[in-house]
Write a protein that binds this ligand. Sequence first.
Ligand SMILES: [Zn+2]
Length: 279
Amino acid sequence: MKPLLGLILTLGLLTGCSSVQTVPSCAEFDAVQPGYDAMAAFQPPHILQITEFPGTNYSQRREQIDMLVLHYTGMQTGEGARRQLSRAGSGVSSHYLVMKDGTIYRLVPEHFRAWHAGKGSWAGRKDINSRSIGIEIVNGGHEFGLPAFPREQIDAVIALSRDIIARHDIPAGNIIGHSDMAPNRKEDPGERFPWRRLADAGVGLYPDLDVALAQDALSRGRYPDALVAIGYDFDDAGGVTREQAVTAFQRRWCPAAPTGRANIETRQLIGAVQALYAQ
Ligand SMILES: [Zn+2]
C-alpha cells in the first residue's frame, strides 16, 4: 500500500467514514473530454457552408447584438431538433443548428430575435434573446447519457462562431453557455462541451490551467464577488442560488467535477477566470 493511500484510509477509519470520497481535479479533462490533448489544432475552413432552413419562430430585436449563447439540443436526433426549432407553435428557435456531422442550418436570420435563451441573466442583462445569437448543437445531453461531441461538429461550431464574433465584434467575455445565464434551469451545453478547445481557436476565454492551479485560491469570502464580476447573476433570496452558479462555473471551467462546492481548485479557477475577464 502506498503511504499516502494508507494515511487517507486511516483518516477515513478514524473519522468513521465507510469509504473515502475523492473529487476529481479540475485538471482531469480526460475523464469527461477524452482525447482533447491529442487533438490537432483547429484549422479554419476557407468557406463556411450554411444551409438555409427558415423557421417561423422569431420576433424583433430590442438591443444590439453583443452576445453569443451556445446550447445542446438535448434531444435524441438532429432531425427531431430541427423540426422542433422550426415548427410554428413550438415557441422555441435558434439562429443556427449544427448537426453531428458539422452541417450548419440557419433557421432564423441574425437580425431577428430567436427564442433560445428564455428567462435568465448575464452580467445584469436580462433580455438575452434580444442581444444574442443562439447556436443549438445537436447532442443528447444529460437526458441521453451525455454523449461526446464529434470533432467535425465542434470544428463547425468554431468556424461559425468565429465568423459571428468577427462580424458583430462580440467581446470574448460575452460568449457563454445556456447554463451560464440560467444556472437554476439549464445544464447545457454540459460538461462534455470542449470550451477549452474553442478558446484555443479564439472563441471565448479559458485560463492556462497549470498557472491557474498553482496560484493562491480566492478566500471563501471573496469568491462570490469574483463570480459576479465574471457575469454570474445569483441571489440566494430567490431565483439562482450561489451553489447553482458555482455548478455552472464548474461545468465550463472545471468539467471533471461540477459539484457546486467551491473547493480550493474551483476558487483558484474563479480567480483566474476573473483576471481574464478584467483584461
Ligand atoms: Zn439551451
